[in-house]
Design a protein around this ligand. Sequence first.
Ligand SMILES: Cc1cc2nc3c(=O)[nH]c(=O)nc-3n(C[C@H](O)[C@H](O)[C@H](O)COP(=O)(O)OP(=O)(O)OC[C@H]3O[C@@H](n4cnc5c(N)ncnc54)[C@H](O)[C@@H]3O)c2cc1C
Length: 391
Amino acid sequence: MWVYCETQQGELLDVSKEMLGQARTLMDEYNSDEGYGGDEDGNPEDVVAVIVGDDIGDLAEEAIAYGADRVVYHEDDRLHRFRHKPYTEIVVHMCRNFDQEWRDYHEPRYAIFPATNNGRDLSALVQGELDSGLASDCSDLYIDEAMISNPAKTGTAGESKEFERVLHMPRPDFSGFEYSTILCIDKPHRDFHPQGASVIPGTFDMPEPDYEREGEIVEHDIDLPAEWFQIEVTEYDQLDEGVDLSGHDVVVCMGRGIDRVDPTEGIELGLELRDAFEDAAFGLTRGVITASYEFEGHVEQYITEERQIGESGQVVEPDLYIAAGVSGAVQHKVGMDESDTIVAINTDPDADIRDFSDYFIEGDLFEVLPRLTQALENGELASAVAEVSDD
Ligand SMILES: Cc1cc2nc3c(=O)[nH]c(=O)nc-3n(C[C@H](O)[C@H](O)[C@H](O)COP(=O)(O)OP(=O)(O)OC[C@H]3O[C@@H](n4cnc5c(N)ncnc54)[C@H](O)[C@@H]3O)c2cc1C
């Protein structure tokens, strides 16, 4: 299983470490007696970390600590920033190149990438070049058998066949109301096709690094022709750090329920509730960010993607999560359902969020939020909040 480890400013991204941890778990199961016992010849299968960039050689040890058996890296100062052409060519060459001495193992059976901006780009390009498929934005990965009857895959019409060692790649679909599990089953007589997935950051737990682990480090070396660098980055800007919603005791999140009366007032009520706590952050659903509400100036600054919670936003795990006017779509859920205590305020008693809330207040947020804020300011909820924080 190959893991493309994205880096930023000389460090492995967290998602790279998370994927290495999951790849380690999957390959340990795969190699164990209960699993497949290694490859077809019984040799253990490896986790291979792929690192491309400038001055990244030192990260190889870290990738091993997070679970890699082998690290293949390519270093060149022209690779300081992500570039489609050279990055794609390098990773594809690593996958395909049969001749180099360091290759005493097969091409990747599985290739996983982070579902970041650059990782999404690279995963599609690499998998396309390798004539394979890609399940993008996955929120789980496991390996299992699959019974398939499609004649294009089995080779015979009307017959079902069991495929072993199939990477199952669940992802949210249909606007988040269903999960699909994507399989990348090969056609008969075609051996080399990495089953490819990109993985949403935060999907897997951060593993504990083990700096005693040993692994093999291989420098990949090919000439990088000048025509791969025809696009020159002449200028760039460092964005501000942005809003970090993680690490707070409380998160107040507002959803599209704010539009029933007045979106500006809805945001104001959410901000007032946030301010009534000692340490609270203010977040939004994607529904609010993509709706074309007209906000008044003083709250408009809060309506940014930086505050989005969910699959394509931030993942938060506070002691207390208050969701007001939020339906609980799965893309939102994956960003907050690890919170210790979830309180939802919704006018619809059948809203999906009810299923994963600890407390559900059926009511209008325009009435409930001011009462909560008032109760907090009067100290009436102090013991309840303390209890939630201690749990
Ligand atoms: C690829 C992809 C990625 C996505 N990523 C994200 C993501 O990261 N984060 C995210 O949040 N979404 C994401 N979405 C969108 C997601 O599917 C939902 O559309 C979105 O979360 C809905 O936002 P909402 O709950 O605010 O709005 P709605 O689904 O419209 O829900 C509004 C809720 O408010 C309730 N309500 C109405 N009036 C009131 C009132 N006065 N008081 C109290 N309750 C009231 C309603 O009953 C309803 O339950 C993504 C979608 C896709 C396709």
